[in-house]
Each structure stands twice: as C-alpha cells, then as structure tokens.
Ligand binder design. Sequence first.
Ligand code: CMP
Length: 140
Amino acid sequence: AVERTLSIIKPDAVAKNVIGQIYSRFEQAGLKLVAAKMQRLSREQAEGFYAEHRERPFFKDLVDFMTSGPVVVQVLEGENAIALNRDLMGATNPREAAAGTIRADFAQSIDANAVHGSDGPESAAREVAYFFAEEEICAR
Ligand code: CMP
C-alpha cells in the first residue's frame, strides 16, 4: 500500500552537509517528498516527539543531541514507505548497519545516527501529525 512516513535528518548529518545526498537516497528508492522543513527543535518539541523513550537511560542524551543544531523534517510517501525507509537507513547503531545504508555511510554513533524514521504505521501517523498539519502535506 502507499504509505507516508516521518523522516528526520539529524543535527550530525545537517552539520556534515549531506542533506542532499540523503534526499537522493530517498528519491532513488522511489520515495517522494511530500512535505519538508528545516528547524531547530526546542527541548519541549524533542521530548514530546520521543516521549515513548522518556524512561530510557539514553533519553537526556537523545534530547540534548536532537536540540544541538538544526534538523530537516520530512514526510516521505510511496509504496511500503515505512519499511523501505527503514531499509534505507540501516540499523539504529551505525556499527551494525548494513553496507550502503544511510547510517553506515553517514553516521558516527548510536546517538549521532544521521536519520530517524517511523517504525510502524501507528508511529508514522503520530509522528507525521506531530510536525505537519494535513494542509502542509502536498499531494503529488
Ligand atoms: P531514533 O530512531 O531517532 O529513535 C530513538 C533514538 O535514540 C535512536 O534513533 C538513537 O539515536 C537513540 N539511542 C541512543 N541509545 C539508544 C539505544 N540504546 N537504543 C535505541 N536507541 C538509542
């Protein structure tokens, strides 16, 4: 089915100036950008986005990192977009990410891991709505 998924290019990848290279991976895989924006997340925004991880030991480091510089947030649309984006990203820990994946090629560590992608249909719906109003998403 055609799906939408929420993708974030994290501060490490923005700082490395590889936004375009990451967008190319999405496009070459057949995913379409249907909404996009660059912004610096507030602590409140980052904490709300990652609320499911609030009790995890890495939560403070995660929020510190995600607020350390600008991010680029986008909605990707396409056939099987949620799993396809996860395949393109590779494993959360870049040391475990398969060769040729975004994290293998651009990420440094489990915190500075270049990209976020929704992990399933429910989180995709929640995460897309967290950043974008329906009228900000462009049919194409
Ligand atoms: P992300 O997909 O954005 O979702 C939560 C983030 O927490 C994850 O990517 C990692 O960058 C970060 N993180 C740090 N430590 C861990 C861990 N032990 N397990 C999962 N995620 C972690």
